[in-house]
Write a protein that binds this ligand. Structure first.
Ligand code: ARG
Length: 297
C-alpha cells in the first residue's frame, strides 16, 4: 500500500501497458490497414504521433499498412501552377494535366514524407503507388458523368504488399491506380484502403477521420456509438441519421466487413494517439464495427 502511494503514477502507467497485453497477444501478426488522412495529415504534431503509433504497432508484432489521402497539398500545387480546373456538379474534372499534378503530389511528396517520418522513428517503411505491380487496377468512374481520370477500383493485386510485409516493411500506399487503358487514375483513398484491407483479409481496417466516430445524435459529440454490428450499421445507413461525408465512410466499412475484414474502426485522427487507444484498450476511442456482437471471436 505504501508502495502504491509512493509510486502511484508509475504503477498507473504499468497498468495501462498491462491493459494492452491481451491485444498485443491477440493481434500478433495481424494485418491492420490504416487510412491516413484529414487533420492527422495536416497537423505536424499529430502527424508525428500517428507515425510513432504505427511504428509501435509494428514493433509489438502487428502489420500496419498505410493508405494515405491527398490533403490540401494537391489544391495548393494546382493553384501554384495556375492550373484551372473545370467543375461539373461541384466535382473537379481530372484532366490529363491535373492527373499529372495529382500523381506528382501523392507519390512525389505526401508518400515520401510519410515514408521518411516512419523511417526516422525507426520503422522500415517503403512507399508504393497503387499503380506499382498493378496493385490497384481501375476503370473510369462514370457514376457522376465524365469527370476525367477518376477511377473505380476493379482489381486489387496484393502480392507486392504481402512481399513487403513478409520482409518486415511498413507499406505506404498512394491512391493512384492503373487503368485498363494503361492510363493513370485517381481513386478515392477510403475506398482504396477498404479494398486493400479486403484483399489482405485484414484483421482491422481503421479510418482516421476528423470526427469522433459514428454519432447516434449528429448534434452531440458525446454520443459516439462505441460498437455496432453489421446489421445495425446497415440499418443506420437507411435511417438518415448518418450524414455527409460519413455516409461513404460507413459504406466502405460495411463493405470491407462483408468481404472478410474482421473489424472496421472509425476513429478521430485529431486526437493524440487515437490509434493506440483504439487498438490497445478495452473501451477504444471511436466506433468499432464487426460482423456480429463481438466479444472475443
Ligand atoms: N482494443 C480492442 C480492439 O481493437 C477493443 C476496441 C474497442 N473499440 C471500441 N470503439 N469500442 O479490438
Amino acid at each position: 500500500m505504501i508502495k502504491r502511494q509512493k509510486y502511484g503514477d508509475e504503477i498507473a502507467k504499468a497498468e495501462i501497458l498491462i491493459e494492452a497485453l491481451p491485444y498485443i497477444k491477440k493481434f500478433s501478426g495481424a494485418t491492420v490497414v490504416i487510412k491516413y488522412g484529414g487533420n492527422a495529415m495536416i497537423d505536424c504534431k499529430i502527424k508525428k504521433m500517428v507515425m510513432q503509433d504505427v511504428v509501435l504497432l509494428k514493433f509489438v508484432g502487428l502489420n500496419p499498412v498505410i493508405v494515405h489521402g491527398g490533403g490540401p497539398d494537391i489544391n495548393k500545387m494546382l493553384e501554384s501552377l495556375n492550373i484551372e480546373s473545370k467543375f461539373i456538379n461541384g466535382l473537379r474534372v481530372t484532366d490529363e494535366k491535373t492527373m499529372e499534378v495529382v500523381e506528382m503530389v501523392l507519390t512525389g511528396k505526401i508518400n515520401k514524407e510519410i515514408v521518411s517520418m516512419l523511417n526516422e522513428i525507426g520503422g522500415k517503411a517503403i512507399g508504393i503507388s497503387g499503380k506499382d505491380g498493378k496493385l490497384l487496377v481501375a476503370e473510369k468512374d462514370t457514376t457522376n458523368g465524365d469527370i476525367g481520370y477518376v477511377g473505380k477500383i476493379e482489381e486489387v493485386n496484393i502480392d507486392v504488399i504481402k512481399m513487403m510485409l513478409d520482409k518486415g516493411y511498413i507499406p505506404v500506399i498512394a491512391p493512384c491506380a492503373v487503368g485498363k487503358d494503361g492510363k493513370t487514375y485517381n481513386v478515392n483513398a477510403d475506398t482504396a484502403a477498404g479494398k486493400i484491407a479486403e484483399a489482405l483479409k485484414a484483421e482491422k481496417f481503421i479510418l482516421l477521420t476528423d470526427v469522433e466516430g459514428i454519432l447516434s445524435d449528429v448534434n452531440d459529440k458525446n454520443s459516439v456509438i462505441s460498437r455496432i454490428d453489421l446489421n445495425a450499421a446497415s440499418e443506420l445507413m437507411t435511417t438518415g441519421k448518418i450524414t455527409g461525408g460519413m455516409i461513404p465512410k460507413l459504406k466502405c466499412c460495411i463493405q470491407a466487413i462483408e468481404n472478410g475484414v474482421k473489424r472496421a474502426h472509425i476513429i478521430d485522427g485529431r486526437l493524440t494517439h487515437s490509434l493506440l487507444l483504439e487498438i490497445f484498450t478495452d473501451e477504444g476511442i471511436g466506433t468499432m464495427i464487426g460482423k456480429e456482437c463481438f466479444d472475443d471471436d
